[in-house]
Design a protein around this ligand. Structure first.
Ligand SMILES: *Cc1c(COP(=O)(O)O)cnc(C)c1O
Length: 471
């Protein structure tokens, strides 16, 4: 393909993208294919000669698109959103065209400098402390792993990196509601799942900090070594917030590393009225949130912040001869701020988002998402067959179809049937969780293009499906 051919194809692809967004509501939001239905339509061998573009695009329509769940549909209300925006897509196009590696400052100076700049913008816009330094990671899972590894190294005076473990007896604390990635990271960091204490939660699903302190004392008395506390601001099931001021004080008292996972809700701290949840942030050693969830920036973009940049570098930095540079120490070489060497130029998309949308409109959109959830909740509860399973946090509504004459298992199974029925319509997509053994349907409006009419349509679908199930 020469640039002339590329240009033609690129225009065709742009047309396709626009057509996709213009018609996105026509697709079933959740892909309706069966396992391997599409796999079996694909040939077993890769082609030795190129296929022509038209054929590939035909297969794109017929084989690829049916297997897509439309995360950018305004009627996607499942999990958490992973939203995007036109500015972010435009930046992704440029990033993929330039295809530079931004591992070292010297391998593309502006990639490093723009990363530092947009991370400062994100820090300032979401009310984080000025002494935090930021770096872009691929995911919150990776960011939390970095935090645990840094905690591990700092606590062991960097001996584990040198010699491996020698009976450190580390213990890590989180609540029963924290994300599964914490457990995964504790395993990868070599601490062991059995040394992760899952502290109970209160009625609002936020960590019982008295329970936390009791457990820490117990562990110390048993000769164990509390390493790290991980708090959630915005849990995945219900968006619950831990009291990080209380927990932070405990971390300080016992000299325990303190990491905060605000993967989803962190974006909403761009709204000053939600920053009360950040009271106690000064106790945090590290903090993560995902602009790739709720800040209109394509996956992947996880914003990881650290207080002690030196400890981070001391944990990860490795400089073989072929990566030595004259600018060492003067600039940020971000490959030493995390695991992979190679890094995409991700800062550009955040920069495009800030510059082409602006913080006023970003705030407006997030505020609307929260208002939509409030509207949804009020309308849904007008139907006496529905109840909330817990109070709404931000734009996360946790509800169920309630039948008081039935036992819990029967109600759970009815709700499971209801959810399946709703998603089979293809009109909307919702997901579920369990809260205190209650099968809970979650409704999270956070897509860039969601409007009130989509919320109304969702209410209609949910209530109709419930009525069909009931009678
Ligand atoms: C989504 C989420 C994660 C995992 O995020 P990834 O970036 O996909 O690793 C972790 N914690 C919370 C609270 C989340 O909502």
């Amino acid at each position: 393909m020469d640039t002339k051919q590329f240009k033609e194809r690129a225009y065709e692809v742009i047309d396709k993208i626009c057509e996709y967004y213009d018609n996105i509501e026509k697709y079933p939001v959740k892909s309706q294919v069966k396992p391997y239905e599409l796999f079996n339509k694909l040939p077993d061998e890769a082609p030795d000669k190129p296929d022509n573009f038209e054929e590939v695009m035909k297969d794109f329509d017929e084989i690829i698109m049916p297997g897509i769940t439309h995360w950018q549909s305004p009627k996607f209300f499942a999990y958490f959103p992973s939203n995007t925006s036109e500015p972010s897509i435009l930046a992704e196009m440029l990033i993929s065209a330039i295809a530079a590696q931004s591992m070292k400052w010297v391998t593309s100076p502006i990639a490093a400098e723009l990363e530092e700049k947009v991370m400062n913008w994100l820090r300032n816009e979401t009310g984080l402390p000025q002494n935090f330094s930021g770096v872009i990671q691929d995911s919150a899972t990776s960011s939390t792993l970095l935090s645990l590894l840094t905690a591990r190294e700092k606590k062991s005076e960097y001996k584990i990196n040198e010699n491996g473990f020698s009976n450190e007896n580390f213990v890590v604390y989180c609540s029963t509601q924290t994300h599964s990635s914490i457990e995964k990271d504790v395993k990868i960091a070599g601490i062991g799942k059995n040394n992760l204490r899952k502290i109970s939660v209160n009625d609002e699903f936020s960590m019982n900090y008295q329970e936390l302190e009791k457990q820490i004392k117990l562990d110390i008395n048993n000769g164990l070594n509390p390493l790290c506390i991980i708090s959630a601001l915005g849990t995945t099931s219900s968006g619950a917030f831990d009291s990080i001021d209380k927990i932070g004080l405990i971390a300080k008292k016992y000299n325990i590393w303190f990491h905060i996972d605000a993967a989803y809700a962190g974006s909403a701290f761009i709204l000053p009225e939600y920053r009360n949840y950040l009271n106690g942030i000064e106790y945090a050693d590290t903090y993560v949130f995902n602009p790739h969830k709720w800040l209109f920036t394509n996956f992947d973009f996880s914003a990881y912040f650290v207080k002690d940049k030196k400890a981070l570098l001391q944990t990860f930095e490795i400089i073989p001869e072929y990566l030595k540079t004259k600018t060492y120490g003067l600039v940020n070489d971000y490959c030493d701020w995390g695991i992979p060497l190679g890094r995409r130029f991700r800062a550009l998309k955040m920069w495009f988002v800030f510059r082409l949308i602006g913080t006023d409109e970003i705030k407006n959109k997030i505020q609307n998402h929260i208002k939509f959830a409030e509207f949804f909740e009020n309308e849904l509860l007008k139907d006496n067959d529905f109840q909330l399973v817990t109070n709404r946090n931000m734009n996360i509504v946790c509800f169920r179809f309630y039948l008081d004459r039935f036992k819990l298992e029967e109600i759970n199974s009815k709700n499971e049937q209801l959810l399946e029925k709703i998603n089979k319509t293809g009109k909307i997509f919702l997901s579920h969780t369990k809260l205190n053994d209650i099968f809970t349907i979650r409704f999270v409006p956070g897509q860039t293009y969601t409007e009130k009419k989509h919320i109304k349509e969702a209410l209609e679908v949910i209530i109709n499906c419930k009525n069909e199930l009931k009678y």
